[in-house]
Ligand binder design. Structure first.
Ligand code: SF4
Length: 468
């Protein structure tokens, strides 16, 4: 059987899929000068290949099938079957490609969270949908060679060690040749995603990471075997752990560091986690193993707002301790914030933006609260939905009638958040790792002046009469 795996690129803004927003994906369509620069940088550093497609490639190839791969929506290769990675934010591009493949007589199936939770978007454009994590259905397809039809239940695999390692040689160009830039941990072209665990044991009601399958973890030797195999093929690879909560189990992290050291592996890596699952000693151990960047959710500064969304708040003094330690070690930090929780208003969002600049992470990502199908938050917000185009559920567009803020106010605050975070002298000073106290004092004074200027501009913006 000849199978084409399609992880299609979008031609609008910067789209990331696969493990981003649990697989629903996000699209940054620049809406200001700052977001234009961020969009450009994301295209250089954040365009990483799909780990789920790499698993499916490994499963099909292991059974002796021919695997070809495409990211080009204009490419319609000959094949017996096409498997397409689905997303919410770019589903029209994906279904249009599927239509063209079917017109050529190719059987087309969709996989991923979007096709699983919203099959109605894809059903008229395909022959089958893998409902769930794709591997168990892919194993059946590989073993029988029989093309399925309709909704195909794909049960979660509990023994993740039983899966073959992802085949990057089949679903990506040779990323080992890409070079890194010293001030950024990620090399140009991204790195290699790795799933040491899947799902998340936390209960944040807005999060799609926990709705497709339960939390499971691989054994440490199995993870290190995968890194060793990758290191054999690529010199000093950059690994992107895509677990939603990488440091969930502290003892596992310590064992991982020990086994990396014991095998003498040389690579660097980043991971996403919660700050209350980190301490200074663990950070030091991870740094010794190659840990160079991390992302984490702060979401909001208001503990009551977080609790209403099922998220356990993390004390601010602990957040500051961890970020300060990362800064000293040279670990790049990226904090995530959500604007527009149901309890939010101008003041609470302003407080969150102020906190973001004060916390001083290397990067910050602000998004507008988006209700994703299948989450408890979606059920709560469904009566308030105002957006009917699912591609607009991209993380940057208001999609429901907020009780305290209009859509344009939310969008304005989102732009202000990016401007205030990135357009200030202390951002540059943090980025350049300037520690000299005299320079830092001067930077603080400059920050105040720049802040005043931002405030004046914002007041002028919101007082401007609206054009009819
Ligand atoms: S901690 Fe919360 S937001 Fe983060 S992955 Fe888990 S459920 Fe999602």
């Amino acid at each position: 059987m000849r199978a084409v795996l399609a992880d299609l690129k979008s031609d609008r803004g910067f789209v990331s899929k696969d493990t981003v927003v649990g697989g629903y994906g996000s699209r940054l369509d620049p809406f200001s000068r700052v977001t234009s620069v961020i969009c450009y940088l994301k295209k250089q550093f954040h365009d990483v290949p799909s780990v789920h497609m790499a698993y499916v490639a490994a499963i099909l190839a292991r059974a002796g099938h021919e695997v070809i791969w495409t990211r080009d929506a204009g490419d319609t290769p000959d094949a017996d079957v096409a498997l397409v990675l689905s997303s919410l934010v770019d589903h029209r591009n994906e279904t249009a490609w599927a239509d063209r493949m079917r017109a050529r007589g190719v059987s087309v199936g969709f996989l991923g969270i979007t096709a699983s939770k919203m099959p109605e978007l894809f059903a008229d454009h395909c022959d089958f949908i893998f409902n769930g994590e794709p591997e168990s259905a892919a194993i059946r397809l590989a073993q029988t060679g029989e093309l399925p039809s309709g909704m195909v239940v794909s049960e979660q695999i509990n023994d993740l060690d039983s899966l073959p390692f992802p085949r990057w040689d089949l679903v990506t160009e040779d990323r080992g040749r890409r070079f890194g830039i010293k001030w950024s941990s990620r090399p140009v072209g991204g790195g290699y995603p790795l799933l040491a665990s899947r799902g998340c044991p936390e209960f944040c009601t807005y999060c799609p990471h926990r709705i497709l399958a339960g939390y499971r973890a691989r054994s440490i030797p199995n993870i290190v075997d995968e890194i060793e195999r990758l290191s054999d093929r690529v010199r000093h690879p950059y690994v992107i752990f895509r677990d939603p909560l990488f440091t969930e189990q502290r003892d596992r992290c310590v064992e991982l560091c020990d086994q990396i050291a014991a095998r003498g592996l040389s690579f660097t890596f980043e991971a996403e986690t919660r700050l209350d699952r980190l301490d200074v000693e663990l950070l030091d151990r991870l740094y010794g193993a190659g840990f160079r960047a991390m992302s984490f959710g702060v979401e909001s500064t208001d503990p009551a707002t977080l609790k209403k969304s099922g998220r356990r708040p993390i004390p601010q003094h602990h957040q500051r301790t961890i970020i300060d330690h990362c800064r000293k070690k040279g670990i790049v930090t990226a904090a995530f914030y959500v604007l527009g929780f149901l309890q939010d208003d101008w003041n609470s969002i302003a407080a969150t933006i102020d906190y973001a600049t004060d916390l001083g992470s290397t990067f910050a990502q602000f998004k507008i609260l988006t209700p994703y199908p299948g989450t408890p938050m979606f059920k709560q917000i469904e009566p308030l939905l105002s957006e009917t185009d699912w591609e607009k559920f991209d993380g940057y567009t208001p999609t429901f009638k907020h009780p305290n803020l209009t859509g344009s106010e939310l969008r304005y605050l989102l732009g202000a958040a990016y401007k205030r975070f990135y357009m200030r002298p202390s951002y540059l000073a943090n980025f350049l790792k300037i520690q000299n106290s005299a320079v830092r004092d001067w930077v603080s004074r400059m920050d105040e002046r720049v802040n005043d200027r931002h405030s004046r501009e914002e007041i002028a913006d919101v007082s401007r009469p609206v054009a009819c």
